[in-house]
Design a protein. Structure first.
Length: 246
């Protein structure tokens, strides 16, 4: 039992180290976290290796939302990665409530900005891209802070540009009174290289049988990710530490 408490304390302290900074995919901070875990696992007697792979990443330069009519007012927002981009001046348009993106609620013309009660699914996103200048998505609960999320990069490549942001639930309710808004989303995309960290230790009795213990190490863009997933990564390493004594 004392050993379990020891591993729990180890996992907690390791999670604190990992969550001291964001670890977005392909970033320097993710690489530093990976090297930290590699050193830990090596010290427990595991054979450590790295598997490289390519991944699409984004970097947000600027995002803003402003009500223009009936009176000017800024609204705090969080950009949706890979959604699309505007120029420096942004895009302006009539703000139209579209609920969840139901086609029956979409205006016939183009050049408007949608206000959605939830992020549309893949098919809904496809129907909005090319028709709307942009998209504003409400958080699902009055108590929820702004999400830091992205859509699959393939949506941008296949469906076209749809710069999008999240706003707080209460701000979305107030936006129902807005007539016209300006939306700015500036982000850049690139290919990055990152690595799977693989640690292996063969068993003595059944060396050909394999048990996998897996956790992702990276975090959401701009977020330290204590629960998602520094804690999971730290627990996986703590389990490896405990099993190394077997």
């Amino acid at each position: 039992m004392l050993g379990l408490f020891s591993e729990a304390e180890y996992a907690y302290r390791l999670a604190l180290q990992l969550a001291s900074t964001p670890r977005f995919t392909g970033s320097r901070e993710e690489a530093e976290a990976r090297e930290l875990l590699a050193r830990e696992l090596s010290s427990f007697g595991y054979s450590v290796s790295f598997e490289p792979f390519k991944v699409k990443v984004y970097e947000v330069k600027r995002a803003s939302l402003e009500v223009l009519e009936p009176e000017r007012k800024p609204v705090e927002c969080s950009p949706i990665g890979f959604s699309g981009e505007t120029g420096e001046e942004g895009v302006e348009g009539e703000l139209v409530y579209i609920e969840g993106g139901d086609p029956a609620l979409l205006p016939a013309g183009k050049g408007w900005i949608g206000l959605a009660s939830a992020r549309p699914d893949k098919e809904g996103w496809r129907k909005l891209a090319g028709r709307a200048f942009g998209l504003v998505v409400a958080e699902g609960s009055p108590t929820r802070e702004l999400s830091r999320v992205e859509v699959p990069y393939e949506w941008r490549e296949r469906f076209g540009n749809l710069p999008a942001v999240y706003v707080r639930y209460c701000d979305a309710v107030n936006l129902l009174e807005a007539k016209r808004v300006r939306l700015v989303v500036q982000q850049e995309y690139r290919d990055a290289e990152t690595f799977n960290l693989v640690a292996e230790k063969k068993g003595a009795k059944y060396p050909d049988e394999v048990v996998y213990l897996v956790a992702h190490l990276d975090s959401v863009y701009g977020v330290q990710g204590a629960l998602d997933n520094a804690a999971g990564s730290a627990l996986a390493v703590a389990v490896a530490k405990a099993l190394s004594r077997g």
